[in-house]
Structures are given as C-alpha cells and as structure tokens.
Design a protein around this ligand. Structure first.
Ligand code: SAH
Ligand code: SF4
Length: 431
C-alpha cells in the first residue's frame, strides 16, 4: 500500500516538473512515506530523518523535507516532529496525498510550514497520476482503510474506515494500464474480501464480481490480490479459482496465530478450525495453489502451548512462505493496555523456532518444483549478475535463469533445475 502511495507521490512530483535523483544529498525535496505497523519502522524513520538536519541548515529554503504516510496520521508523532524536528517543512496524512502539489505551492508562496492531516475521510480521490515501478505490472487500489480493529493493529486508526472504489473506475484504470503495456495487476486493499463496490446505477459488486469483470479484459494476463481476511473469504471467491483463468494460483491468507483463544483475543473473528477448512477448500479448488501467510509471535498472554499450536498449524498447512513478526506494542490499540506482555527474550526464542519451521517447509515446497516446466513472467535482471534474470511463476515463486532484456514483461517457459528456501533456478525452453 505504501509502495503504491509512493508511486502516486512520484507521479504528482513528476507532473510538477521534478525529476528523480538517486541520493538524498542531491535532492531539492525529500519525502518520507512512513509505516507505523511496528516499532522498528518508527525508530528507523526518526534516525533517517535526523540525518537530514545538517543539509536543511545549509540549504534552507532550497531544500524541502516532507513527512507523510501512516506515522503522519498520529498526533503524538506530529507533536514529536514539531518539537524535535521543527525544520520539517510539510506534513501530510494518508488521506491528504492528493494535496501535495498544493501544499508545496503554499510552502513556496507563504514560506511557512504546511500541515494537512485529516483524522478520517469518506471520499476517494480518483485520477491521480502514478509513476510505476515496473512497465509490465501494476498495483491497483480497489479500496482504502480497514474496519476490523484487530487488537494489535494500528492500521484502522491511521488509514480510516473502509471505502471501496467504483467498479467502473477500477475497470477503466486496468484497461488504461493494459493499453500502456501492463499484463499483471495486483489488486490492493487491507481486506480485499470485504470490497463493496457499487456501479453508477446502484447495483452492488463484491470482490469476486470484480475479479470476473477484470478477468474479461483483453490483454490482461494475470490477476493477483492482497490482502485477504479469513473471516470474509467466501466460497464464491474460492470457486473463482476454477473459473477465472487469469486469477493466479497464489493466496496470501494471514493467519496471525494458530490458537483459537489467541485469535479471539486478537479479535480476528475466525477459529483455527475455520481457517484450516478454508485452506482445504482452496486446495480442492486449485490443487497447485501456493499459500502464504502472516504470523505474529508473542501477542500478550501467548503461552508456550498456544505458540506450539501455531507451529503445528504451520506444519499442517505447509505454507509456501510466511511473513513472521514479533508482536510490537502500538500506542492506542487495545493490546497495548494489556499487562501480560510476553518478555522480549521469549518472543525472540519463539520467533526463531517459527522461522526454522517455516524455512524448512518453504525449502521442501520449492524442491517439489524441480523438473517441472513453469510459465514465468520475466521481471528484470538480478542485482548480482546482469545475465541472470528473475521472474515469477503463476504461484508467485521467484525463478532465476539466464535471460535477456527483451524478455522483460514477457511470459517464457522455464524448466526448473534447482531450488532453495526463497527461490527457484531454471533454464528457458525455446520451443
Ligand atoms: N490487512 C492485512 C495486513 C496488514 S499489516 C491483514 O489483516 O492481513 C501486515 C501484517 O503486519 C499483519 O498481517 C500482521 O501480521 C502484522 N502486524 C500488524 N500489527 C502488528 C503488530 N502490532 N506487531 C507485529 N506485527 C503486526
Ligand atoms: Fe490491521 Fe486487522 Fe485491519 Fe489487517 S485486518 S489492517 S491486521 S486491523
């Protein structure tokens, strides 16, 4: 979500005549798009921001520093910036991105700090420019905000309530992207399963209806989406994996914990059993589907036995991959107030044990690909070796192979010759 917001910000700056430079030291304007999901991100942000103080003192009005993103939505962060980093020129929230050009004009004209942060906002601003990271693939926001209030999470407070875009607007955006060379889209939302679009004539459109509409767009090859909440994952969506050829066989389904008691305290509103049933149905509809997840260890009150339930669940589901997180206390969330916080050392120990299990399974799952032939959408050269190119299978596995520039954005057939924990190796088959 933040990455896509950054693309929008870059697009707006480009329209204003700015150009991208590689290092902050060469820039006339620096914008921090912040994340507040865990404390680490908070800390890193303030550290990096502090490093710009000297440049600001030297270059004064010739150098503009802006802060936006989820952290900018929190009053205590705004107060800290005002007190300790008073040289920051512009602060704008996640609901105010579209105002950036105006805020910069005001800053230059009025020579005065600009702060624009709405606590919450209903509307959606359409038609903002975007500077895509890739020519052949694109993010597409279908909704904003979150209504779920998981007890550990700051997102509903920083990104506001759920708002869905109109299906026509999404379809038109995707058609324009396809006309511009995009073959793969990633639909974005905090909980795409609860997308509730409405056509201009008032008819409703749920997430699966939207997938069917997009599946019909000529020239589009792959549809991905992120993120899904298990409580809203319908049979209708699961069935779409049978019907929609362009829907990639990859599902990111955050479980967060393997114990129904912990899930209840997290306010996730599903049980371990329900989650396992969803996984079973997904595999029934698409046997080759890759499944990944998010897991938090050390949620307040989590016992060793409850943690073992998470380990067992991972072994049962056999995830292709997982994002694992140490529980991080977030100011203003219900879990912050709990007195039974898990000691750091225990959290770290559980985290390491979980990663071992996840990595072992990822490694085994990747090894199953060796000897198969995969359709790989080529993304670009690898950072380490210019002859090696990387691309993704339908199931989102990263495959490295010897390739060439002309192949970027094309789908090639690759025979998988090797595997490790995080990627596959292969060779292109010329047929
Ligand atoms: N809306 C998505 C993901 C949002 S944030 C969803 O519900 O799945 C991405 C991930 O960050 C979450 O899935 C969760 O695993 C993790 N996360 C959120 N808050 C956290 C916290 N306070 N501490 C540790 N991890 C957290
Ligand atoms: Fe946070 Fe839960 Fe909303 Fe995801 S669904 S953004 S974890 S509150």
């Amino acid at each position: 979500m933040n990455e896509h917001d950054s693309e929008t910000i870059a697009g707006m700056l480009r329209e204003k005549g700015y150009e991208k430079v590689n290092a902050a030291k060469d820039a006339n304007i620096v914008i921090f798009n912040t994340c507040s999901i865990r404390e680490n991100a908070d800390k890193r942000f303030f550290g990096t921001l502090g490093q710009l103080k000297k440049k600001k003192e030297q270059e004064k009005d010739g150098f503009v520093v802006c802060v936006c993103g989820c952290m900018a939505q929190q009053q205590h962060i705004i107060d800290t910036i005002k007190q300790k980093y008073s040289w920051v020129d512009v602060i704008f929230g996640t609901h105010n991105i579209h105002e950036l050009p105006e805020l910069l004009d005001n800053l230059y004209n009025e020579k005065k700090k600009q702060i624009s942060v709405y606590p919450d906002r209903d509307g959606i601003v359409e038609g903002l420019p975007c500077e895509r990271l890739y020519k052949h693939k694109s993010y597409v926001n279908i909704m904003y905000g979150c209504n779920n209030f998981c007890t550990y999470c700051i997102v509903p407070y920083t990104r506001g309530r759920e708002r869905s875009r109109k299906p026509e607007d999404i379809v038109n955006e995707v058609k324009n992207l396809v006309a511009d060379g995009v073959v793969e889209i990633m639909l974005l939302g905090q909980n795409v399963n609860s997308y509730k679009g409405e056509f201009s004539d008032g008819t409703g459109c749920d997430f699966t209806d939207l997938i069917y509409l997009l599946n019909d767009i000529e020239g589009l090859e792959r549809i991905r989406f992120m993120t899904s909440h298990p409580k809203d994952l319908s049979d209708k969506l699961i069935n779409a994996f049978r019907d929609c050829k362009k829907l990639c066989h990859y599902f990111h389904l955050p479980v967060q914990a393997g114990s129904s008691k912990v899930l209840k305290e997290m306010n996730r509103r599903y049980t371990r059993e329900h989650y396992l049933e969803l996984v079973r149905k997904l595999r029934e509809a698409a046997p080759d589907i890759a499944i990944s997840t998010d897991i938090i260890v050390g949620f307040p009150g989590e016992t060793e036995d409850e943690f073992l339930e998470t380990l067992e669940l991972c072994k049962e589901v056999r995830y292709d991959s997982a994002f694992t997180f140490l529980y991080s206390v977030r100011k203003g969330t219900p879990a912050e107030k709990r007195e039974d916080q898990v000691p750091e050392a225990v959290k770290h120990d559980r985290f390491n044990r979980l990663c071992d299990v996840i990595n072992e399974i990822s490694c085994e799952k990747n090894a199953e690909y060796v000897g198969t032939v995969q359709n790989v959408l080529v993304e670009g050269p690898s950072k380490r070796n210019s002859k090696t190119y990387g691309g993704r299978t339908d199931t989102f596995k990263l495959v490295n192979f010897i390739g060439s520039k002309e192949l970027i954005g094309k789908t090639v057939k690759v025979r998988i010759t090797g595997s490790n924990t995080f990627s596959l190796e292969g060779e292109i088959i010329n047929d």
